[in-house]
Design a protein around this ligand. Structure first.
Ligand code: PDD
Length: 283
């Protein structure tokens, strides 16, 4: 079951007019929210980021946080599975094709799919990534539905059986095509600072909070391409992949080529954090 413009319905019945600005211009924003034990994870943080994205494209938020929360609760209840991931998408609506903003209601679409943990094999052996020049626009802090550059960059990885493309802009790490990236050197966890050049990841925040709370040495600062290539460990984070070790970069082993101690520690802390959150909180 999905939600479209005020109604719940089976996805097969959902239709969008061809003049929807999401279809014509990619004019919209989205969120991906993991749901564990039927409870949205870090919901307020996701809704705050949604507000930031809507502000970035000058589109009014159609709902209050309480209304979003109630809507998501209903959608989760209508779908199978304890763990799900919500995909929430708002476009500027349906109007005659003209770049200028129309005065029409937005299109609001929400679906929920089963959330599967990353394959155990990738956590045990690690995953491969490649690097590429970050050729996206300079508002990567907006979670825009116009993802063509990300799609092309991610496909470069898929073409060589890698899981992600790590992006480098002007000699420095930004993020992955669909994830945030951390680098570990000499037991120090390094994270690029949030800016308009990367998506402020919700999982990225959790990892930095866990590092701070558990006396894990960490620094938020620019990470150079040289540092990426000399890393002891590289970690990928996202709402659907959680924390994943990258053990091969551009065909060469990262560090000793195996998932490292920083990965194991953060992965365990993340699983514990999820479990406590699900026991004690509703979001
Ligand atoms: N993508 N950077 C980019 C470009 C992303 O697309 C994502 C997530 C992230 C990680 O953010 P978070 O931890 O909040 O999921 C960083 C989602 C999962 C997607 O587009 O499917």
């Amino acid at each position: 079951m999905i939600y479209l413009n005020g109604k719940f319905m089976p996805i097969e019945e959902a239709c969008i007019p061809v003049l929807d600005r999401g279809f014509i211009f990619g004019d919209g924003v989205y969120e991906v929210i993991p749901v564990y034990s039927r409870k949205p994870f870090r919901l307020i943080e996701h809704l705050n980021r949604l507000q930031h994205s809507l502000d970035g494209i000058r589109l009014k938020n159609p709902f209050s946080n309480d209304e979003w929360s109630h809507l998501l609760e209903q959608l989760i209840a209508k779908n199978d599975g304890e763990d799900q991931y919500i995909y929430l998408h708002i476009t500027r609506g349906v109007a005659k094709r003209d770049h200028a903003f129309p005065q029409v209601p937005p299109t609001i679409f929400i679906m929920s799919n089963p959330l599967l943990p990353p394959p155990a094999e990738l956590l045990v052996s690690g995953a491969s990534a490649i690097t590429a020049t970050d050729n996206r626009w300079i508002r990567c802090d907006v979670k825009a539905i116009s993802l063509l550059p990300n799609v092309l960059l991610r496909q470069m990885a898929v073409d060589v059986q890698a899981v992600e493309t790590i992006l480098i802009r002007d000699g420095f790490l930004t993020e992955g095509a669909a994830s945030n990236i951390f680098v570990v050197k000499d037991k120090m966890l390094l994270a690029p600072p949030k800016s308009h050049l990367m998506l402020p990841g919700i999982t990225y925040d959790v990892v930095l909070e866990l590092a701070a709370a558990n006396q894990i040495a960490h620094e938020v600062r620019e990470v150079s391409e040289t540092e990426i290539r000399a890393a002891d460990e590289i970690l990928l984070t996202s709402s659907t992949k959680e924390i994943m070790p990258i053990t091969k970069l551009d065909g060469k082993p990262v560090g000793n080529g195996k998932p490292g101690t920083m990965f194991s520690q953060l992965h365990d802390l993340y699983q514990q954090y999820k479990a406590t959150r699900m026991r004690g909180f509703s979001s």
